[in-house]
Design a protein around this ligand. Structure first.
Ligand code: DQA
Length: 149
């Protein structure tokens, strides 16, 4: 199985570090990417790390991943709560998918409690801060390795 993992980030996550730091912390998306790349090396994973404010771009990356990747880690951000299109795209992907949220969405407004993406995700991580990305990568690597075994 391919050791390539897509790490996809939805709208407004480009503003991490500046955006509501009391909720999302002080780390930037570049910090998260750096830490993910370091861990990926340890786990022998190749990474494609992307962010977009446009739903169609996230969908296009999921389609691309269908052809090449062994796993997807996705923080769909606000699209989590609105996007049937992202759910449909993920349903065309056959390998592990982990959904991650920096904040604990269940402790927040009610509209954040429902996720369309969770209908496909193999696991959901929420409220572990930016550390959640590392946990998600470890889980994807584990799922890949146990499936390959
Ligand atoms: C988020 C939670 C979403 O509800 C929100 O719209 C985001 C970020 C998180 O990482 O905690 O933009 O996905």
């Amino acid at each position: 199985m391919s050791r390539l993992v897509y790490v996809l980030n939805g709208p407004n996550l480009n503003l991490l570090g500046k955006r509501q730091p009391h909720i999302y912390g002080h780390e930037t998306l570049a910090d998260i990417e750096r830490d993910c790349r370091a861990l990926a090396e340890d786990l022998n994973l190749e990474l494609r790390f992307h962010q977009s404010n446009r739903e169609y771009e996230l969908i296009d990356w999921i389609h691309e991943a269908r052809e090449t990747a062994g796993g997807i880690v996705i923080n769909p951000a606000a699209f989590t709560h609105t996007s049937v299109a992202i759910l449909d795209a993920l349903n065309t992907f056959d390998a592990p998918v982990i959904e991650i949220h920096i904040s604990n969405v269940h402790k927040r407004e009610e509209f954040r409690h429902h996720s369309f993406v969770s209908g496909r995700a193999d696991g959901v991580i929420a409220g572990f801060g930016t550390q959640g990305y590392q946990l998600a990568l470890r889980r994807v690597a584990f799922l890949m390795d146990t499936k390959a075994a």
